[in-house]
Every structure is written in C-alpha cells, then in structure tokens.
Design a protein around this ligand. Structure first.
Ligand code: PPS
Length: 291
C-alpha cells in the first residue's frame, strides 16, 4: 500500500523506496550493454530536462517523435519498482539497443555491469541549496515519499543525507571522482541554464551525433523551462493526483538558479556553508553557491 506514511529503507546506508529495495537483486544483476547511455542525477537536479535534451538529439530534433510517449516512459528508470507493473529493469531488458536509461543511484550502488561494459554516463549536478529547495517541494507534493515536515526539519534531514538516494555530497563527489576513469560527461544545471546552446553541443558531441545549427536552435527552444512546463509529455500532468499532487506544488515548479535565497535563513546558510566546506574538502569540483 502506497501512502504518505511510506518509509524509505536503507541499502548500504542509502535510503531508497521500499519496492526498490525489495527488488534489489534484480537491479544489481542488471546486464548493461556497451552501447548503453545512462543518464545519472541526484534527484531534482535536472533529470527531466536532460532527458528531453537527449531525446531531442536522439530523434534529430523531430518533436513529433519526442511526443511519442511521456518522458518517464522513454528512458527506463533502472531502480524503479512498483509491482505488479514491470520494473525499470524489465523495461530496459525489453528495449532495443542502443538504449538510453536513467538512474539516481550513487556510484557504489550502481549495477556493476555498467562499469564492466564501460558505458557512457551523462551526469548532471545541481547546486545543493537549490536542490534542497526543489526536493522539499517535491516531497510535499509526492504522495509516495515521506512527508518533508517543516522547512527547518527538512534542512536537517537533507544535510544528514536521510532523503531518498542519500546524501547530495556523497552522490556528487562519487560521480565527480569517477569522471576520469570512465566515459562520463559531467554537466551542471547552472551551466545549462546560462548557456543551453553550448552545453547541448557538448551532449551532441558526447552522443556521437552531428546536427545542424537549425536543429540545435530548435532543441534549445523546445527544452526551455516554459515549453517543458506546458508540454504534457514532460510536465507529469498525466500522473494521478494520488501520486503527484500538483495542486500542492507543480512538478515544473520554478526552474531557476538561486531560489534557495528565498528559503535559507542567514544561520542556515552559515551552517550549510560550513558543512559543505567540510564534506567537499579535497575535491576539485567547483560549485558557485552565490548564484
Ligand atoms: S526528478 O523528480 O528527480 O526526476 O526531478 P528532476 O527532473 O531531476 O528535477 C526537477 C527540477 O528541474 C526543473 N526543471 C527545469 N529547469 C530548467 N529548465 C527546464 N527545462 C527544466 N525542466 C525541469 C524543475 O522545475 C525542478 O526544479 P525546481 O527548482 O523545483 O523548479
């Protein structure tokens, strides 16, 4: 029974949805193929956005093809499970190659065959503060995730990594550290927002595609926040209210950089910056939080 009271269950210290944990063996034994492309994100970091960009590239800018089905169905979500429906792994197994898949898993929980097959990984990172705000609103409206409580409570839950898919810090660090050893294109939400054309060009190159300037411009236009918010194939409007209650907060909420300034108190900001410094010490990753 799915309800607001749904608890998360931990695997190797990472809280995940119970159905995912119950299906863990199938997930871990997933057989990747060398030509798989895996879209990887911490939740609320721009997954849907990069999925639409990747699909438009794959379809050579043909919007009709992108509208073939809702975005959640285009790229199987590896760890997704909701029996008796087919799991994410079932859907991936039924998909013809070359496959584009997605995950929120941290590196240490990824099915090992992705590494063994040297797949391509497209990672999108979003600054932690905006990510926290976005996740807070998502947990308010998502009826199958735990209630976030007050903002003050959620702030602690998030920095302690007690949210679905675990700690933002560990997730981002883990994927950042893998980038030199595997085929990983590491992108930032803030860069895509600032210069979508430039970042989309990187994705095109990474996917081994060659698209002309007009198609590129079209992709930039069609993947804007405004367009995706209106597009029923990307805005989650077909998901029942018993799962996503968009009257509480829309899935396509704001799509901006720096919304954290409307939520963080001065004290929270200082505390966060201190924790950030400690947790991210020694990594070369450079997030601009003063956005
Ligand atoms: S999920 O549930 O983890 O898959 O969510 P995810 O898609 O990763 O993240 C949702 C946030 O991304 C914003 N979004 C966009 N921003 C800019 N441009 C485009 N096109 C776009 N599409 C989605 C979405 O609004 C969520 O962020 P917030 O800050 O809550 O608005």
């Amino acid at each position: 029974e799915l309800s607001k009271k749904t608890h998360l269950k931990e695997v190797a210290g990472i809280p995940l949805q119970v159905a995912t944990v119950d299906n863990w063996r199938q997930i871990q034994s997933f057989e990747a193929k060398p030509d798989d492309l895996l879209i990887c994100t911490y939740p609320k970091s721009g997954t849907t956005w990069i999925q639409e960009i990747v699909d438009m590239i794959e379809q050579n800018g043909d919007m009709e093809k992108c509208r073939r089905t809702i975005i959640q169905h285009r790229h199987p979500f590896i760890e997704w499970a909701r029996p008796p429906q087919p799991s994410g792994v079932d859907k991936a197994n039924a998909m013809p190659a070359p496959r584009i898949l997605r995950t929120h898993l941290p590196t240490h929980l990824l099915p090992p065959s992705f590494w063994e097959n040297n797949c391509k990984f497209l990672y999108v990172a979003r600054n932690a503060k905006d990510c926290m705000v976005s996740y807070y609103h998502f947990q308010r409206m998502n009826q199958v995730l735990p209630d976030p409580g007050t903002w003050e409570e959620y702030f602690e839950t998030f920095i302690n990594g007690k949210v679905g898919w675990g700690s933002w810090f560990e997730h981002v660090k883990g994927w950042w550290e893998m980038r030199d050893r595997y085929q990983i294109l590491f992108l930032f939400y803030e860069d895509i927002k600032r210069d979508p054309k430039h970042e989309i060009q990187k994705v095109i190159k990474f996917m081994g595609k060659n698209l002309d300037e007009m198609v590129l411009d079209k992709i930039v236009q069609e993947t804007s926040f405004e367009k995706m918010k209106e597009n029923p194939m990307t805005n989650r409007s077909t998901v029942p209210k018993s799962i996503l209650d968009q009257s509480i907060s829309p899935f396509m909420r704001k799509g901006t950089v720096g919304d954290w300034k409307n939520y963080f108190t001065v004290a929270q900001n200082e505390k966060f910056d201190e924790i950030y410094r400690r947790k991210m010490e020694g990594t070369s990753i450079n997030f601009c939080m003063e956005l």
